[in-house]
Design a protein around this ligand. Structure first.
Ligand SMILES: [Zn+2]
Length: 258
């Protein structure tokens, strides 16, 4: 089983973590009311998983709800096989995006009160988490393990110690949050084409802007018009798919939806 890899010529991502495969990761689930699990993200196993899971739970409880836009179609993301940014920490499974559709890359849309809550949380997490809003090109959906949390092929002593404290009950986040026996069943993504409107189109537009930011700068308005179609055609062309402008299963997959 290969755990590590080279991604776009890099053996490590921006925060110093080794680039990894899906096999080095596991799924985290965020529990909501009545122990229903709301959001699922793939992250690097080990102390990184513990800290990122605790962070997602803290955010969900204290900042805003992390929910599935629809069962199986979330906009909370973790590890990814590919990325527009060659040394992205998503490639090492050490970054999370929360409610991505609400927070377009490069824009500042989060209300002030919510930002203050995030800052409180970052303090509680003792500098283990870095927020993408602190980049000059703001990425308000994005949280990652900070520089200094990696050591060798794994976690630093500091991160490991913090993860142990969280598991022992620090901040009261991880008690009773074991993985449920039955996971939410994914549903088929709807096929979308020009003329369609609504939440599925909004989700698609946010996803395209996120995944193909070099050429996708769509207004996220839920209206599948000519601009959206043209981006879809470009994705299809670059992915070697039939170029028909219709978003079916292969095109969803090309856009990173599994
Ligand atoms: Zn991100």
């Amino acid at each position: 089983m290969t755990l590590f890899r080279t991604a776009y010529g890099n053996t490590r991502s921006e925060n110093g973590w080794r680039m990894c495969t899906r096999a080095a990761c596991e799924r985290i689930l965020v529990p909501g009311a009545d122990n229903q699990y709301l959001a699922a993200m793939i992250v690097r196993s080990g102390p990184s998983e513990v800290v990122l899971r605790a962070w997602a739970i803290w955010y969900h409880r204290n900042v805003e709800r992390l929910d599935l836009y629809k069962v199986g179609v979330g906009d909370d993301w973790g590890w990814s096989e590919r990325n527009d940014v060659a040394n992205s920490n998503h490639l090492s499974g050490t970054a999370l995006d929360f409610n991505a559709v609400q927070y377009p890359w490069g824009q500042r849309t989060m209300p002030t009160a919510r930002k203050q809550r995030v800052r409180e949380g970052l303090n509680l997490f003792e500098d283990t988490i870095f927020w993408g809003a602190d980049w000059s090109r703001a990425d308000e959906m994005h949280y990652q393990l900070n520089g200094g949390t990696a050591y060798g092929d794994g976690a630093s002593e500091k991160l490991t110690a913090f993860a142990r404290r969280l598991e022992a009950g620090h901040l009261g986040l991880l008690a009773g949050t074991t993985v449920p026996p039955v996971l939410p069943k994914p549903v088929a993504r709807p096929t979308l084409r020009r003329g369609d409107r609504g939440g599925d189109v909004t989700y698609l537009q946010g996803l395209l802007n996120r995944m193909f930011s070099a050429y996708s700068k769509l207004a996220v308005d839920g209206d599948f018009g000519p601009a959206t179609e043209s981006v879809v055609r470009e994705v299809q062309r670059r992915s070697g798919l039939a170029v028909d402008g219709i978003v079916g299963p292969d095109t969803w997959r090309a856009a990173g939806v599994r």
